[in-house]
Design a protein around this ligand. Structure first.
Ligand code: HEM
Length: 198
């Protein structure tokens, strides 16, 4: 039997996105673990390659004028450069991304929902970072993209979700945002499978 979770109509948008991506998040978490990214720096490099492809997808959103007007420090939040440096530290090739996501013209809510998934992944990154010393890696070598953002993880997340929650969207735009959050998890999953199959 498939359980469905009732979503309160008055709950915050960020809470709703959190709820509807709970299952994809836990599937992704299990998938990450099944690939044993902490078994060696070589295996971890494949995880970084997937992170790179995801950040590459979102690179243009992080500098989008409309979005930067809402989240002023948005460009500094992008981790595409850190993933490149991590891959260089790990002596792993930078995978070639594609334009499937970069070329999409997105509604505001849709774009913020993609960024919600990327920004949210910084929360889990704190747990991943704890595994790095065993691999000889840290937030200054090989695992820069997992590092604590300036101002702190919780604070950055609070500011981002406040913007997301205060945006006015109509029903159609809300539906686009929901679909985008799910699509972002699907996309990361594809990147992960590609990088571990390589
Ligand atoms: C591409 C997106 C994401 C990836 C690859 C990802 C990956 C992970 C992984 C692997 C863990 C487990 C860490 C451990 O226990 O060792 C984790 C935990 C966590 N993630 Fe994510 N995550 C993503 C998106 C998100 C989003 C959108 C949120 C918030 C809305 C989030 C919030 C958390 C939190 C709070 C944890 C800590 C433990 C937990 O509650 O499960 N993550 N994440």
């Amino acid at each position: 039997m498939t359980a469905t979770t009732a979503i309160k109509p008055d709950s915050k948008r960020s809470q709703r996105l959190n709820q509807i991506t709970h299952e994809p998040h836990s599937r992704l978490d299990n998938l990450v673990k099944s690939h044993e990214p902490f078994a060696s720096p070589e295996r971890f490099a494949r995880f970084v390659a997937a992170q790179h492809l995801f950040q590459y997808d979102l690179e243009a959103l992080y500098t989008d004028e409309r979005l930067c007007a809402l989240v002023p420090d948005l460009p500094q939040r992008c981790r595409v450069q850190q993933t490149r440096m991590d891959l260089a530290d790990l002596k792993h090739p930078v995978p070639q991304g594609d334009d499937a996501i970069r070329s999409q013209s997105m509604d505001l809510g849709e774009a913020l929902a993609w960024l919600f998934v990327s920004e949210g992944s910084k929360l889990g990154a704190a747990f991943l970072l704890k595994r790095m010393p065993a691999l000889g890696l840290s937030e200054t070598f090989g695992a820069r993209h997992l590092g604590e953002p300036e101002g702190g993880r919780a604070e950055g997340w609070k500011r981002f979700t406040a913007v997301l929650d205060n945006l006015s969207l109509d029903t159609e735009q809300e539906a686009l945002a929901d679909a985008a959050a799910i699509a972002a998890f699907d996309r990361f999953t594809q990147h992960l499978e590609r990088c571990f199959a390589a």
